[in-house]
Design a protein around this ligand. Structure first.
Ligand code: NAP
Length: 496
């Protein structure tokens, strides 16, 4: 363990600042246990100071022409590109996923920067004909005000950019409360935004626990929007608390995503999609495949193909390019994952591989869990219903397409699904009948692109979407302006 790790600060109103208490918390590398840095253990005072700074900055930022705001985001994209490797390495050290995935995480940020830079020259409203002569009507998007962005640790770069870039191009200012497990990636992102020319106070970052910093943001009357990504449990709490002051709340929450493998599927292709979706990011993606719903005619073949591939997955430090699966984020997540293995065994599911913590050799100081497969899982078992958020896959056997769709939809979550089939009719019916926000055909459950709306149904979301043009909705207020140039009072619906 190193004791020389750097001490970092909050950035509020253009000033680097410690927490008022002077206290810090440590950030650990989940692969090695090393301390990466110390961050301010902030609370209500720092959260409120950040809201005050963002409120003051809003009056100027909202008046900066949107194309100029977009140009700053374009420069952010250029800088993210320039620092991609360094940012990816920082992220792998902080949260464990392998380098090729953290590079992808930065790439999502780059993509979003360029996309929202372009929105600076669009931000389309509309003008439509009006009922009366010598009168016009136009609908425009206004910024809402101060946005609190509360983010998880599993996509430390992509998720904050999905919130902050559309919020900024629309003219809002921000208080950013990143996950306590990934503060350094968040800080690097904010540094880059200021290097790109963002005016002081427009983005403020406050480190510290959700229970204090996050809570203060939920209750501060000057916060207009809460954009939250995290667990369904926390999201429900956020919605309830923020409703008390009628804040606008956008929630992106948990998932229990399924890959359906039909009897006519290309099984080799399905195996690739399942491996990538179930064990990539160590199963800690909101879109991770945690259920495989397989037709009984191909179940044995699928297991025979999948099992050796799961057992070959190499665990280790994500900085090593030969590693397939990194650690899970922390000790409490490791024990939660293992508790689900015990639950699955007690429920009568068949543990085929994995199901244990791995502390062998160089894994000794990290939080590693062997990629796990259960077969003989019934749709209502807890391991088939609850989000485990780790490398644990449950296989459920069905005997028809209709049963596969019903099992897929039987979930309190609704983020993404996938179907492997060669039958165009089944594809069309799946497109109609699957009730998740995202559906992949002949691909795994993960791989969203930033130009499309992202989000889910039921316990995954509250009706909003991130990314694409839909991503602007939560950060803008529609304003309609009617101009009457007739020189007399014309009454809508009354004068014809
Ligand atoms: P989490 O524990 O809910 O935390 C998410 C964020 O909320 C963190 O910044 C956390 O702060 C903060 N927070 C916790 N309690 C709070 C409170 N009372 N008030 C305000 N903020 C509070 O989730 P996580 O473990 O970081 O992330 C994993 C979850 O995120 C999974 O359920 C996953 O499915 C979901 N997720 C969803 C999506 C999606 O787009 N649908 C994407 C990625 C992840 P601390 O870190 O300080 O606790």
């Amino acid at each position: 363990m190193t004791t020389t790790a750097r001490v970092f600060q909050n950035y509020i109103g253009g000033k680097w600042q410690d927490a008022e208490s002077g206290k810090n918390f440590a950030n650990h590398n989940p692969a090695t246990g090393e301390i990466i840095g110390y961050f301010p253990l902030s609370g209500e005072a720092e959260a409120n100071a950040a809201v005050a700074a963002a409120t003051a900055a809003f009056e100027k930022w909202r008046l900066v022409p949107a194309p100029k705001r977009g140009e700053i985001l374009f420069r952010v994209g250029e800088l993210l590109k320039q620092h991609k490797e360094d940012l990816a390495r920082t992220m792998t050290q902080e949260m464990g996923k392998v380098l090729k995935e953290t590079r992808g995480d930065v790439q999502e940020g780059i993509d979003m920067a360029y996309y929202m830079a372009g929105e600076g020259r669009r931000l389309f409203g509309y003008s439509v004909p009006v009922e009366l002569s010598n009168k016009s009507g136009v609908a425009t998007r206004d910024p809402v005000g101060v946005v609190a962005c509360i983010t998880p640790w599993n996509f430390p770069m992509a998720i904050p950019t999905w919130k902050m870039f559309p919020a900024l191009v629309a003219g809002n200012t921000i208080v950013f409360k990143p996950a306590s497990d990934t503060p350094l990636s968040a800080l690097r992102l904010v540094e880059i935004m200021y290097e790109a020319g963002l005016p002081e106070g427009v983005v403020n970052i406050v480190f510290g626990p959700g229970g204090t910093v996050g809570e203060a943001l939920l209750h501060n009357p000057d916060v207009a929007v809460i954009s939250f990504t995290g667990s369904t449990e926390s999201g429900r709490h956020v919605a309830i608390e923020a409703a008390k002051s009628l804040k606008r709340v956008s929630l992106e929450m948990g998932g229990k995503n399924a890959v359906i493998v039909m009897d006519d599927a290309d099984l080799n292709l399905a195996v690739e999609g399942i491996l990538w979706s179930a064990y990539g990011t160590t199963g800690q993606r909101c879109t991770a495949c945690s259920r495989v719903i397989v037709h009984s005619a191909v179940r044995k073949q699928l297991v025979d193909l999948l099992l050796p591939r799961i057992e070959q997955l190499r665990l280790g430090n994500g900085l090593d390019e030969s590693v397939d699966v990194g650690p899970v984020i922390n000790a409490s997540q490791l024990s939660k994952i293992h508790s689900y293995t015990e639950i699955g065994k007690n429920e009568g599911a068949n543990l085929v591989t994995g199901g244990h913590v791995d502390k062998e050799g160089e894994l000794a100081h990290g939080h590693f869990y062997r990629p796990t497969l259960f077969t003989n899982v019934k749709p209502d078992m807890r391991i088939a219903q609850e989000e485990i958020f780790g490398p644990v896959l449950s296989m459920i056997e069905v005997s028809s397409f209709e049963e596969a769709i019903a099992v897929n939809n039987n979930s309190k979550f609704g983020l993404s699904s996938a179907i492997y089939t060669q039958d165009i009719n089944r594809v069309q019916r799946a497109m109609r009948d699957i009730t998740t926000g995202i559906l992949y055909v002949n691909s795994g459950t993960t791989g969203a692109e930033i130009q499309f709306p992202f989000g889910g149904t039921r316990g995954t979301g509250n009706g909003h979407r991130e990314a694409g043009i839909a991503g602007l909705d939560v950060f803008t207020e529609w304003k309609v302006v009617y101009t009457d140039y007739s020189g007399k009072l014309q009454k809508a619906q009354i004068d014809q």
